[in-house]
Design a binder for this molecule. Structure first.
Ligand code: PMP
Length: 305
């Protein structure tokens, strides 16, 4: 990652990958007030396309608003920058990382008076939780770490600092031999994965935690809502307990990086038949049809680069 050819868009300019640097006194590096996006470009029918670019860019601007940061570019400029980065790096498909941060003019908790910066990088990235996991399902552990309460660092912003919680949970779970962590909210209800939203299926109905459990309002989560409607599946947003997950017929994680990843086990308890379930597989297939441009209904979700 640190030494390669390629270009990164930084504050309005295309910069060589190796030259895209910031100062060690960067405010965000010290206090964690920054925000980012994770976006994917697919090698879709008809040419490389970024999936739901507008929604990701809007969420970045909303994260900035929540953090009282003013992005010094328009949404259109930030969308154009993302397309340009994919083109400049000659990526057919890949992951994009827009990031906003506070500059190094001065330290001290208050960032007032400091500049706000934006960069967009992109690189090839396959299945986040492994190709094998996509087919067989992954093994998940309920984290000993609680997900952020909705009135702590703001759960609808994709803030840099929120990810310390995700990192701790993911490291704990993977050190214990699992693939990913499931976090509960401060009241003990299911919130989300370290970097994914959760869905469970019981008796043919699809359930996902409502956002009051502190989960991010995932763009993939929203895509699953549309898919459920198309497939005639009832979808319910509600509070979910960890034992409801234990006795679910099927479960899966969603996210831009994780896409639709089946879960076969939670806390060493097999979920359903302990493999990717049939409804999960249908949803997964529908998802990959949409992102790869094989479903004309959602053509407007694909921005050609
Ligand atoms: N929750 C968390 C904590 C995440 O990091 C992500 C990935 N951005 C998600 C949920 C899923 O969001 P999306 O589908 O928009 O990528």
């Amino acid at each position: 990652m640190d030494d390669r050819d390629g270009k990164i868009w930084m504050d309005g300019q295309m910069v060589e990958w190796r030259d895209a640097k910031i100062h060690v006194l960067t405010h965000t590096l010290h206090y964690g007030c920054g925000a980012f996006e994770g976006v994917r470009a697919y090698d879709a029918v008809g040419g490389t396309a970024i999936f739901r670019l507008r929604e990701h860019t809007e969420r970045l601007f909303n994260s900035a608003k929540i953090l009282r940061m003013k992005i010094p570019f328009s949404q259109q400029e930030v969308m154009d920058a993302q397309c340009a980065v994919v083109r400049e790096n000659q990526l057919k498909s890949g992951y994009l990382r827009p990031l906003i941060w506070i500059g190094s003019e001065k330290l001290g908790v208050s960032p007032k008076g400091n500049t706000v910066h934006l960069m967009v990088a992109a690189w090839p990235w396959g299945a986040y939780l492994g190709e094998e996991g996509m087919k067989r399902g992954i093994r998940v552990k309920t984290s000993s770490y609680t997900r952020h309460h909705v009135n702590i660092t703001m759960t609808q912003a994709k803030t840099v600092s929120n990810y310390t919680n995700s990192i701790l949970a993911n490291m704990e779970a993977t050190d214990d031999g699992y693939d990913e962590a499931l976090l509960l909210d401060a009241s003990g209800f299911v919130s989300e994965g370290a970097g994914e939203n959760l869905f469970i299926i019981k008796n043919g109905v699809v359930y996902t935690p409502d956002l009051s459990a502190g989960a991010l309002n995932g763009i993939t989560r929203n895509t699953i809502f549309a898919i459920c409607q198309d497939l005639g599946l009832k979808l319910v947003e509600k509070r979910i307990t960890r034992d409801e997950v234990y006795i679910a017929d099927e479960a899966f994680f969603t996210g831009t990086a994780a896409e639709v990843t089946p879960i076969r086990e939670l806390d060493r308890i097999e979920l359903g038949a302990g493999m990717r379930g049939p409804i999960t597989e249908k949803i997964q297939t529908a998802f990959f049809d949409i992102v790869n441009g094989r479903n004309a209904k959602y053509a407007e979700w694909l921005t050609r680069v």
